[in-house]
Design a protein around this ligand. Sequence first.
Ligand code: HSE
Length: 336
Amino acid sequence: MRIILCGFGVVGQSLAKLLESRAEDLYARYGLKPRIIGVFDSKGSAVDVSGLDVTRLIQIKKKYGSVKKYSNTKNNVSGIQMINELEAEVLIETTASNYKDAEPGMSHIINAMKHGMHVISVNKGPLALAFPSLMELATYNHVIFRFSGTVGGGTPILDYAKNSLKGERIISFDGILNGTTNYILTNMTNGMSFKDALNDAKKRGYVEADESLDLDGLDAAAKLVILANWIMGMKVTMPEIKRIGIRKIDSDDIRKAAANNSAIKLIASCDNGLIVKPKELPFDNPLCVSGTLNAISFTSEHSGTQTIIGRGAGGIETASSILRDLIDIRNEIVKI
Ligand code: HSE
């Protein structure tokens, strides 16, 4: 399976290493033989149709901050050129999410689908802004579109609701979908001020380069859009989500909640409408998880409420979700 990888940051590099280290096992267990034939980052690209050497690719990236110097040629194709010209079965989109115009990820995905490539995206931007039309484009071009890693990192939240609850009617769901704000609010529950908790989260590298994505609930809202479309069959995009972030939460609010045996959490919910906002949650509610954990409770017609908890971010965790999607795509292709 020939792969083009867009973006070579923490997730892209973790994926490349994962595919290499699991090569024999993936072939033996799933008949999957992934070969990364093209990679590009914001500064340049690397191509080898017989498969790129992952160790060298990572060394070059570390040394020069780009994969551009992988081959000693001057011909460095742009990302879009690579997608348009290189024959591959799957495009994996790992560039950073942006909620203004979703670029450059949006163009990568659209071009790949138009060229008949299956697409895996862990970039939430294009899905948050254009989920319904991207699904249509995938159907029109007869390609498979997967995005397991966009919600819950390596925790299979989307697969759980879509596949394990097959036949059920999910009535509503509530979730902590942003690990960074959960970490900040947990620290505040343990006595820290908002400012100190934010600085601590920054020091640990949890906070997005644009802190507003976490603090103002944009990241959680994007995940809510993806869940609402994929799980509930809605056709919604980001502007339709009501959203209040955590910037106005202070130590007084935290203390008042604690007096009610509750913690304040940033909750994304799909019940009467779609909304992201801080809410009090009783300490003994299974959703009330600490630190950077994510959690989501699905309430279904017959099987009641079930909660799934796990790490919602991280390079190798997110790479593992891409691998799930790759195996899924390979299984679908074999059926055709
Ligand atoms: N900023 C996100 C979080 C990263 O804190 O959960 C994973 O999407």
